[in-house]
Design a binder for this molecule. Structure first.
Ligand code: HEM
Length: 562
């Protein structure tokens, strides 16, 4: 049960070195200048005066003076911020912190990441510190910086759509993610983001997405690895390799063939970079102390992998690029992008972003889907019946087949309801603004947000909150149960089911991802009629940038007899 919390703000009294700014520096310079001046100013009375002053101004005095002026400055800044926040709205309930700079929260977060307990941690935080009436918005100060955390649908809607221009990735996000994603569509705002989106959008048109041959080639290899007569396989590992092969072929025109050659150095480096980046994102401003040597080494490995593809594309003339892009057969993202820009850095950044967006998201979602299928044989039977009715036992499904299969689409939606691939995300206030919910005695009044404040929002916690669902009934099983059937008579309220986000920055690859995932399920369930779990219970949830099973996902596939 949530506990009652008052609206007193302990965070208001935390004073932090990161706030030392101009006035303190001026004081320091003035203080230090006395002894220095006396060395150079030779006129006796003045020199005497300066000498006596410099003797009085001991190191202790200077430190005390500096400390006091810093305290005054920080207090003034905090009071001023507090006044501005209250003028805009109010505060959200604070997460209580016992150490300065929220170090205990940083420790809790790192601990939760390490032990794969992020869901449990945030559940506890919302229900312990949030307003009992609406617990889904809280705030804290990490490293001296105010941060707001929310799982309230109204707030998420405000951030992503209704107040789209008030929130963005922000400069800090761009800086912190720059080594990895550069100035790609994921790290930019305003014009830079808009240009990137305009550049990428044509690549996701329906005729590109409905070309299923690429998936077919790699799905056939995947099925060879699954066996079919009782072998136990780690389906997550195979799916990550499968989607890497699809993504590299689609993006670069050549697959890394990781299904056949599992030790791809690039894949390993890519996973490690994501892990480090996600830890840095979670510990907020304290991440400046995070060791980055290995992180940068892995980025270099990634770049060495991408480089030859870039060089090859840039060696082609604009005419040749256009010819290849028009020709459906040899179409690749890279050639199409190189037709827009010949800036190698832009190409590197956008391709890395697309690789992150396009490969691991579908791999994670499919891993969860097959885990759930392996413990829900009735869902497998029902899916198979639909597949055999619509497509038959052997034919390749068409784009239209995939769209028309209701139970298949419901199964994908149910998977993404329970396991949204991007569970936590962040936006920064680009100007002084408000969030509609989280403040006031009932938690439903606006929260004031000053420019530069980061807001962590979580679709995972929102999609697991009972408040957004109808009561449990025969047609609506408990919310933590995997039940594609619930979608037959239920439509989520707007902004309560957003695995692909919403608003102007909605996922560009949504249709591509749905097609790839649906195609894979159809082809596998045509060949196999039983999937059995071989692991010991729920694998647990690991959250880096994306959300995946925390350990191997062992299953057995049985080939259909007919
Ligand atoms: C299950 C699969 C997928 C899920 C759940 C998913 C989810 C998301 C989410 C939540 C965002 C918003 C990120 C943010 O604004 O911070 C996003 C953005 C994006 N996604 Fe996906 N995605 C999936 C697959 C894909 C695929 C396959 C591609 C491309 C091949 C793709 C391309 C993109 C791009 C380019 C953006 C950036 C849009 C923008 O900022 O304007 N996604 N996706």
């Amino acid at each position: 049960m949530p506990t009652q919390v008052g609206l007193r703000h302990d965070t208001d009294t935390c004073l932090c070195p990161s706030e030392i700014k101009l006035p303190s520096l001026v004081v320091a310079l003035v203080s230090l200048s006395f002894p220095m001046l006396s060395l150079f100013w030779k006129d006796p009375p003045v020199a005497k005066m300066l000498e006596s002053l410099s003797q009085d101004v001991s190191f202790f005095n200077i430190s005390a003076f500096l400390g006091a002026s810093y305290l005054v400055y920080a207090l003034f800044t905090r009071l001023n911020d507090s006044r501005r926040i209250r003028a805009l709205g109010g505060y959200a309930p604070p997460i209580r912190s016992w150490l300065p700079w929220g170090l205990d929260l940083v420790y809790r977060t790192l601990n939760a990441v390490w032990y794969n307990q992020a869901y449990e941690m945030w559940h506890t935080i919302f229900y312990t510190y949030g307003n009992p009436n609406n617990p889904y918005t809280v705030e804290s100060r990490l490293g001296g910086m105010r941060m707001i955390f929310t799982a309230d649908p109204e707030n998420i809607k405000a951030i992503l759509a209704a107040q789209f221009h008030d929130f963005g990735k922000g400069e800090r996000f761009n800086r912190e993610w720059h080594d990895f994603l550069g100035d790609s569509i994921f790290t930019t705002d305003g014009d830079a983001w808009y240009q990137g989106r305009q550049m990428l959008r044509p690549l996701f048109l329906k005729d590109r997405i409905s070309d299923l041959e690429l998936h077919e080639k790699h799905v056939q290899i995947l099925m060879e690895h699954l066996g079919g007569d009782g072998q136990t396989v780690d389906i997550m590992d195979l799916l990550f390799r499968f989607t890497l092969d699809c993504a590299t072929e689609f993006l670069f025109g050549r697959s890394v063939d990781s299904q056949e050659n599992p030790s791809v150095e690039f894949a390993d480096a890519f996973a490690k970079v994501q892990h480090a980046q996600s830890v840095m994102a979670k510990i907020g401003p304290v991440n400046r102390f995070y060791p980055r040597r290995e992180f940068r080494r892995n980025i270099k490995t990634m770049e060495e992998f991408v480089q030859p593809f870039l060089e090859q594309a840039l060696s082609l003339s604009p005419e040749e690029l256009e010819k290849r892009t028009k020709n459906e057969e040899g179409f690749t993202f890279l050639h199409a992008l190189a037709g827009y820009t010949r800036d190698a850095r832009v190409l590197r950044d956008q391709l890395t972003a697309l690789l992150l967006a396009g490969r691991d998201t579908t791999a994670c979602t499919l891993s969860w889907l097959f885990y759930e299928l392996s413990i829900h044989p009735k869902v497998v039977q029902k899916l198979r019946r639909e597949i055999l009715d619509v497509v038959g036992p052997h034919s390749k499904p068409t784009y239209e087949h995939l769209k028309s299969m209701k139970y298949l689409q419901n199964t994908l939606n149910e998977t993404m309801r329970l396991y949204p691939a991007v569970p936590f995300n962040v936006r920064t206030a680009l100007k002084d603004t408000t969030l509609p919910h989280g403040g006031g005695p009932d938690g439903n009044s606006p929260v004031g947000v000053l420019k530069g404040t980061p807001i962590g929002y979580t679709t995972l916690m929102m999609q697991h909150s009972p408040d957004i669902y109808p009561p449990i009934s025969s047609g609506f099983p408990p919310i933590h149960t995997f039940a594609p059937e619930r979608w037959e008579s239920w439509i989520p309220r707007p902004w309560t089911f957003i695995p692909f986000n919403g608003g102007p920055r909605i996922c560009l690859g949504q249709q591509f991802a749905r097609t790839e995932m649906a195609y894979t399920v159809v082809r596998l369930l045509q060949r196999f009629d039983k999937v059995e779990c071989r692991g010991d219970g729920h694998p647990g949830v690991k959250m880096d940038i994306l959300m995946q099973p925390a350990k191997e996902n062992y299953v057995t596939f049985w080939a259909a007899k007919s």
